[in-house]
Design a binder for this molecule. Sequence first.
Ligand code: PLP
Length: 397
Amino acid sequence: MSDQSLDVSQLDPQTIAVRAGTWRSEMGEHSEAVFLTSSYVFRNAAEAAARFSGAAHGHVYSRVSNPGVAMFEERLAAIEGAERCLATASGMSAIMSAIMGLLSAGDHIVASRSLFGSTMQLLSQILPRFGVQVSFVPPADNDAWRAALQPNTRLLFVESPSNPQIELSDIAALAEVAHTAGAWLMVDNSFCSPALQRPLALGADLVVYSATKYLDGQGRVLGGAILGNRSLLTTIHTFLRTAGATLSPFNAWVLLKGLETLSLRMQAHSANAAFVARWLAQQPSVLSVKYPGLSSHPQHELAMRQQSSGGAMIAFEVQGGREAAWKLIDSTRLISITANLGDTRTTITHPATTTHGRITAEQRAAAGVSDGMLRLAVGLEAPKDICVDLARGLSAG
Ligand SMILES: *Cc1c(COP(=O)(O)O)cnc(C)c1O
């Protein structure tokens, strides 16, 4: 029995995050149950037939749907203000399923040239093998997006803020560009989460997440999600249920509980990151700091219009190139050296030799990934302790 009495349109997002999408079995469990089952038993042949045909509501097989996965989908859709959400096995499978579900050979995508490394590989190396061509443009240049449109452009795809150099795109403006061309705008909102940015409300047609990042927020599971209107998501589900990039029921449960603390965590992440960014900006061996919450960020005004705060991600460049960047990383004792982000624990990465190491030097330069650049995903430790840890590496430079 679901919480039928809940009219989410009347509730604050924080309440929605804790309460929406709760489905209780006859046991009356308060915390949601985990539905570790691959299939479902039917009372008789007629019921099996009715469920398979869609005439009767109910689950048939967990690649297609699962009660726990459905709870996560319903709760995230309510937080995002989306008609429908589909959960996926990872962020990459969310991106792949949305594209493979909607596009065909001969279609064209315009994408930001500054994207998560695996996303860049998918778009630049894998999709062309299936006849989908992709043009890459600077994320903040609206005219470049417009100029890249072709008669067969079906999709515009952007991350904002971008990974790893924290560049913003004007989501409302890009939605307009997409719609004048009869294309959809898809936004990878993994860095902000719905707690800080709501792309659908700004005009985007689709939002994708690596739920592995802030939706879980504690570095435990992989997961992903696609959100948008019912019609687009129904088309994508036809691909997803067949291709099988489904979220595991256990991971769905972990993510469902993660959503309950999402907005509190994002507020704390943002406050900590703002503290660390201000401190970094004062260090003589730091050449530049990119953080949307600082007025020195070239798109600070857009950030304040489009996001409710600066988020957790900081890019900064140290004097002395790769050698100095590696020295700083190796001097840390608290901060984790890991390519992951969106954790309670602060993480640091050298993008040029890790996440962006497999793309060409030319693509790296276009994406603004320099040898002295470091990406910091600020966690929930006391910010002064994070600064002490960084200071150790800076002085070692
Ligand atoms: C991590 C990440 C992805 C990929 O997600 P996985 O869950 O690792 O598959 C996609 N986009 C962004 C912005 C990410 O940070």
